[in-house]
Design a protein around this ligand. Structure first.
Ligand code: EPU
Length: 418
């Protein structure tokens, strides 16, 4: 079993650059199956979920090749299967992104319910309802879902909630449908916009991505292209929070400040100094941060993916913070573990009340989901003594070689096998 062992108390300081966004790379890699040719995707993070997605593409018959360390070439002209292997479906939620692309290009797809972080029920009803509205026939039997359609037909779809994944899946499917699709109450996340830009580079016609109304004019085929993925706003945020929590000074280069508005605002509200110069963000903290309240919300609101790491910072803030999680119903699993480290947090359904304590103390803790794991890292970096974080596989799904990255910034952290 692997653990991340951290000796707390070292400031996270220095300069760094952030790699491409996992949550943009995954749908874009799935979208390459719609291209009857070769796509080259740059700035792809080398993460467990990305490897699973590439494995799925290979099993469907695509030729996949890493070019250097950060670019991936996918030639989808040789795809011979539309069955997404059940064992790989179980390994991550994003396997659902194959539904729209395979259905749109081949008229058929069979998959099973996706796995992924257990942070709520995470149904796929919006995806299925949307595909039906585009004319797909859906059969659900023995745990498998088969979607088929001779040709998808553009339609008007209103989502009950601005779901990131459903917006992306439907946008992909609609790109190869007959006629126009309008998606209302669409997610506005930067990753949705990034996927739309990739699709546009392959010849798709999409208007309004990044707003709550996305209009897709279907076309008959998409062509190969080269595309660079946006930097990961959640990794950027996590590193900034680690710097603030350890009273460090960190400069992140190549960041997209426009993707981090709500987070930078909340950090400033705690008293942490945040300076922005085009794509460079510097965070400096030399005093105890103050408590703040926030609620997670779809973009441009505060991202649910940074709720847990931000909570870790607030565990030693001056005063009491109230955090409301409005996106996922079970995203407080890190709280029990933070309490083990001396944090004073009470949860009532979707609300957590965090009373700042002077110091956390190192302990053996378990990550049970990706961002909850990131919170435990932030907590371990600021705690007194040694913290051992178990469940490292969850952290590896979203943070590339995290111990090497943090070590370069001054942390005392190592991966140990026990
Ligand atoms: N929902 C439904 N039905 C659906 C789809 C979603 O009820 O068919 C609900 C969900 O249960 C949830 C809410 O809608 O309560 C929002 O879910 P959404 O579909 O927006 O999330 P997602 O597409 O499954 C993506 C990210 C998540 C991120 C959320 C919210 C990817 C691969 N994943 O998930 O990232 O938290 O959007 O921003 O893009 C992570 O990186 O750790 C992570 C979980």
């Amino acid at each position: 079993m692997e653990l991340l062992r951290i000796e707390g108390g070292m400031p996270i300081s220095g300069e760094t650059r952030v790699y491409g966004a996992k949550n943009a790379a995954l749908p874009i890699l799935a979208a390459t199956v719609m291209v009857a040719g070769t796509s080259v995707i740059e700035d792809v993070p080398d993460l467990e979920d990305v490897r699973v997605m590439l494995q799925i593409l290979e099993q469907l018959g695509a030729r996949v090749r890493w070019q250097g360390v950060t670019s991936v070439e996918v030639d989808a002209s040789s795809i011979h299967s539309t069955n997404v292997p059940a064992d790989l479906m179980q390994r991550m939620r994003s396997s659902i992104f194959l539904m729209g692309p395979l259905l749109a290009r081949f008229g058929d797809v069979t998959l099973s319910k996706p796995g992924g972080c257990v942070i709520g029920q995470r149904p796929i009803d919006f995806h299925l309802r949307g595909m039906r509205q585009l004319g797909a026939k859906i059969d659900e039997q023995h745990g498998y879902i088969r979607c088929s359609a001779r040709r998808l037909i553009g339609s008007s779809i209103t989502l009950d909630f601005p779901s990131v994944g459903a917006t992306e899946n439907l946008m992909m499917a609609a790109s190869l449908a007959d006629g126009v699709t309008v998606i209302e109450n669409a997610a506005r996340e930067p990753e949705v916009e990034d996927l739309a830009q990739f699709l546009q580079a392959t010849g798709a016609s999409i208007e309004g991505a990044g707003t709550d109304t996305v209009i897709v004019h279907g076309c008959s085929h998409l062509h190969g292209t080269e595309y660079r993925i946006i930097p990961d706003r959640i990794v950027t945020g996590t590193l900034m929070l680690a710097a603030a929590a350890t009273r460090g000074e960190l400069t992140v280069h190549g960041a997209r400040v426009d993707h981090l508005g709500a987070v930078l605002q909340k950090l400033r509200d705690t008293g942490v100094r945040v300076q922005v110069d085009r794509d460079i963000i510097t965070v400096k903290c030399d005093e105890t941060p103050s408590a703040v309240d926030f609620r997670t919300a779809p973009f441009p609101g505060f991202p649910t993916d940074l709720q847990a790491p931000f909570m870790a910072l607030l565990t030693t803030a001056k005063g009491t913070s109230v955090i409301h999680e409005s996106v996922f119903e079970a995203r407080f699993k890190h709280v029990d573990e933070l309490q083990r480290m001396g944090a004073d947090v009470n949860v009532d359904l979707r609300t957590a009340v965090v009373r700042g304590v002077p110091m956390l103390s190192g302990a053996r803790v378990t990550a049970s989901d990706l961002r909850g794991g990131a919170a435990l890292l932030v907590a371990g970096l600021m705690a007194d003594g040694t913290t051992e974080v178990d469940g490292v596989k969850h952290i590896d799904r979203g943070y590339q070689a995290i111990e090497a990255h943090l070590s370069r910034l001054g942390a005392r952290i190592e991966r140990v096998t026990v």
